[in-house]
Design a protein around this ligand. Sequence first.
Ligand SMILES: NC(=O)c1ccc[n+]([C@@H]2O[C@H](COP(=O)([O-])OP(=O)(O)OC[C@H]3O[C@@H](n4cnc5c(N)ncnc54)[C@H](OP(=O)(O)O)[C@@H]3O)[C@@H](O)[C@H]2O)c1
Length: 264
Amino acid sequence: MKTKTLKIHIIGGGNLGAALATGLTKFSPNTEITVTRRAIQQIQYLESKNIKVSYDNTFEISQSDIILLTVKPYQVEVVLIEILPHISGKIIVSAVSGLSINTLEQKTNHDHSIVRIMPNIAVQFGESATCISFSEKYDEAGQKVFELFSLLGTALIVEEKLMDAATILGACGTAYALRYIRASMQAGIEIGFDAKTALAIASQTVKGAAQMTLEEKIHPEQLIDRVTTPQGCTIVGLNEMEHQGFSSSLIKGIKTSFGKIKEL
Ligand SMILES: NC(=O)c1ccc[n+]([C@@H]2O[C@H](COP(=O)([O-])OP(=O)(O)OC[C@H]3O[C@@H](n4cnc5c(N)ncnc54)[C@H](OP(=O)(O)O)[C@@H]3O)[C@@H](O)[C@H]2O)c1
């Protein structure tokens, strides 16, 4: 029996919207993706990946199964005014930071199933950490979205009250991890590598370490024990990093970001 194609309409083809379109096309079979934004020339390259693009948010929207909002919070209102007259009973998935399920329900006249997600831009490579939240009455829609994002990395269903924390740890977390890679790369150059080689080593090392925690599901310190020889060069370096405030600065940075999101 042929599986029904899932039509996904992404509104807001910016950093996240374009990454989602690319990831979904690549890793989720039987999906048909449309992406919209006003400056359509910026996303025309997606057409070569079999993704439809449009400057018109209502383009084929009535035929879509899932509408994915990836605009900035202040752009939501105008988008909804435009699309609501053309849709009924859809699954609306929102990646918009700070927009609660309750607010979106009200803004869409309680006519749609609402699911809130917080992915990150590594979704493009099928490597997102996506937190998903929905209320019990939208369980069917929520499970469908969970299945979809399980194909695009790690998908986790969380309580809605954790969505701000998910934004910081999962979405902003990409930037923190990249900053670690940059610092490693710079140190790598100081100890002898050219920039390209240092970047390749630093990036793959982080990917490998992440793979270990994901697959073995044990505390990172247990894995660190496998790398640190007593009186060896790893432990002296690690301890020096801690003397300089490595873990502390990371924790403080994450808490500062979390404090900021609460003000927005
Ligand atoms: N970037 C991330 O890593 C990330 C991760 C998780 C969640 N998010 C959330 O995702 C949302 C988008 O973030 P972003 O970083 O992708 O922002 P962005 O790059 O600015 O993308 C927003 C896109 O929306 C489009 N847009 C604005 N008004 C529109 C309208 N009326 N109709 C159609 N498209 C419209 C803009 O293009 P035009 O101006 O050409 O229309 C722009 O490309 C935010 O709420 C953010 O919090 C982002």
